[in-house]
Design a protein around this ligand. Structure first.
Ligand code: THU
Length: 138
């Protein structure tokens, strides 16, 4: 049974390190492996914009580069840097991050979107990425 609240807390911890001099939009992610390990990720921006990496992909790439590839869930938080926790909205993953999720996760992979420590919604990858067959079905 996944403890969503712990994962959301980890995402908020990750968010503190967001490098966001251009957008001021801070995102944190906490990726849970099936073995129970958590990888944190934040968004990292660049003055030339395109090298910017989303928080979700930071967490995935950290995990994969450390040899983990079986994932159960990811919690995501995101808001303007000046917006206090609880006063913002949910921050759904972008299409590029959803595509990366389909590369490494199954249909029942859970995506937790939080706008506060105890205010979150849970989706499956199949819900956020419908009508896709491969490689998600591996
Ligand atoms: N961003 C993420 O890190 N994850 C998302 O799900 C949405 C967007 C980042 C990219 C960029 O640094 C900033 O948020 C504004 O788009």
């Amino acid at each position: 049974m996944i403890d969503y609240k712990i994962l959301v807390k980890e995402a908020y911890e990750a968010q503190k390190y967001a490098y966001i001099p251009y957008s001021h939009w801070a995102v944190g992610a906490a990726l849970l492996t099936k073995e129970g390990k958590i990888y944190r990720g934040c968004n990292i921006e660049s003055s030339t914009f395109s090298p910017t990496n989303c928080a979700e992909r930071t967490a995935f790439f950290k995990a994969i580069s450390e040899g983990d590839k079986d994932f159960a869930a990811i919690a995501i938080v995101g808001n303007d840097a000046d917006t206090p926790i609880g006063e913002g909205d949910f921050c759904p993953p972008c299409g590029v991050c959803r595509q990366v999720m389909t590369e490494f996760c199954q249909r029942d992979f859970e995506i937790i979107l939080a706008r506060d420590y105890d205010d979150y919604k849970v989706y499956t990858l199949a819900e956020l990425m419908p009508l896709i067959s491969l490689p998600l079905s591996k």
